[in-house]
Design a protein around this ligand. Structure first.
Ligand SMILES: [Zn+2]
Length: 409
């Protein structure tokens, strides 16, 4: 009960902002004495802090405002994708403590080298946080570009990495050697969590994310969480069948949406014969390919403009299918689509308006992500911070001597 009430207070502070203890008692239905006792425990765990007197208390006696603090308690989101590794460390209130990206030709290197590089990035992030007096007490959430089992232990299938099944969580835990749990997620699902909670369309429910780095994935956030499906495979929207007997897809099927709107078909249509060399050059990350497309489109290159318009049309048709099934309040375009949106959106809109049912056309908002490429690591960090909000007892008590401020456990 105590744990649940501690969690209730933290969540109230997160959603409603700083409050006095008296206000918290009203918000939560707990007694003032209980609130005071719980707040002092949360303060001892470094999760809340007093920030001065409330100014406009009509009852006369001004109360001290409490806010969600958690500067000393961090969460780590880690990302493994085809061209890059990334890490984000936030505190429990969602403030960025540290972030870094490193190029990594993951599909060309031996797997153990990629895992070593990922763990090195993660370890330096944890060390950096520690220098700032912030410590990790939750699992590390790792994004991978593929299908992950329901327990978040095994990366089952990652066509663009060409990795066969691998016990990725265990490999990272062993390499890290800190006794910290690791949970692996599909990258698009983490990005969908981030969009649903912190993006410009936050609060729209259901929210559909269409996400492309190399392949196309997605996530459906509904009733405040991401739909996982019976075995964790929900959101494989890139493999919606769009063309009978169409181009071969990495999944083994043909004519999937990904074969029309993924990075490779876009590059082939936009760059012609130059595309193959770029695609073979695994040192180039998706971001660099996109920068090239943006450059050509800005210069008015016809081939590139036509390719982007065609991809926009196919995006519009696929999104109309999704909208007719899910009836979302918002659809967010993430990954490479963000920077390309100015050229994709006009054709996308036309195709969507023609194909989606009238009610969807009128209600559903479609917009590029405001979080951009960071959405994936933001989603991972949100899950870790949620764990602390669910169970504040994970953050240990801090000793009272402020000069040492060592944590007792
Ligand atoms: Zn497919």
């Amino acid at each position: 009960v105590r744990r649940n009430n501690l969690s209730l207070l933290l969540r109230t502070l997160r959603s409603n902002g700083a409050r006095s203890r008296a206000q918290l008692a009203i918000d939560t239905g707990l007694t003032k004495a209980t609130v005071s006792s719980l707040i002092s425990e949360l303060a001892d765990r470094g999760l809340v802090a007093d920030i001065g007197l409330a100014t406009n208390d009509r009852r006369g006696r001004p109360g001290t405002l409490v806010e969600l603090d958690g500067r000393g308690v961090v969460s780590v989101g880690l990302e493994l994708n085809v061209g890059e590794l990334a890490v984000l460390v936030t505190d429990v209130a969602g403030r960025t403590v540290y972030e870094a990206r490193r190029p990594c030709a993951a599909s060309q290197l031996p797997r153990h080298r990629v895992i070593e590089a990922l763990v090195k990035l993660c370890r330096s992030a944890i060390d950096e946080a520690r220098v700032h007096g912030a410590y990790l007490y939750t699992e590390i959430n790792v994004a991978a570009p593929g299908v992950v089992d329901a327990d978040g232990r095994t990366l089952i299938f990652a066509p663009n990495l060409q990795w066969s099944p691998i016990a990725l969580a265990e490999r990272i835990e062993d390499e890290l050697g800190l006794g910290i749990d690791v949970v692996v997620h599909n990258e698009s699902n983490l990005a969908a969590i981030a969009e649903h909670r912190q993006g410009s369309m936050a609060g729209h429910d259901p929210l559909v994310l269409v996400f492309c780095q190399v392949g196309v994935g997605g996530g459906i956030a509904i009733d405040g969480r991401v739909l996982r499906g019976s075995s964790g495979l929900s959101g494989e929207i890139g493999h919606m069948a769009m063309v009978r007997n169409g181009a071969e897809c990495g999944c083994g099927g043909r004519g999937c949406w990904e074969t029309l709107v993924g990075l490779a078909p876009l590059l082939r249509a936009a760059l012609g014969s130059e595309a193959e060399a770029r695609l073979q050059d695994r040192t180039q990350s998706p971001r660099e390919h996109v920068a090239e497309l943006v450059k050509r489109a800005s210069q008015g290159n016809n081939k590139t403009l036509k390719a982007l318009s065609d991809v926009g049309t196919w995006l519009g048709l696929g999104i109309a299918n999704l909208a007719n099934i899910v009836d979302p309040s918002a659809v967010v375009l993430g990954g490479i689509y963000v920077d390309l949106a100015p050229w994709l959106m006009p054709a996308l809109r036309v195709a969507f308006d023609q194909q989606a049912m009238r009610a969807n056309v009128e209600r559903c908002q479609i917009a590029p992500s405001s979080l951009g490429i960071n959405a994936v690591v933001v989603g991972g960090a949100i899950l870790g911070a949620d764990r602390i909000l669910d169970n504040p007892l994970l953050a240990p008590l801090i000793t009272s001597d402020p000069r040492t401020s060592r944590r007792t456990s």
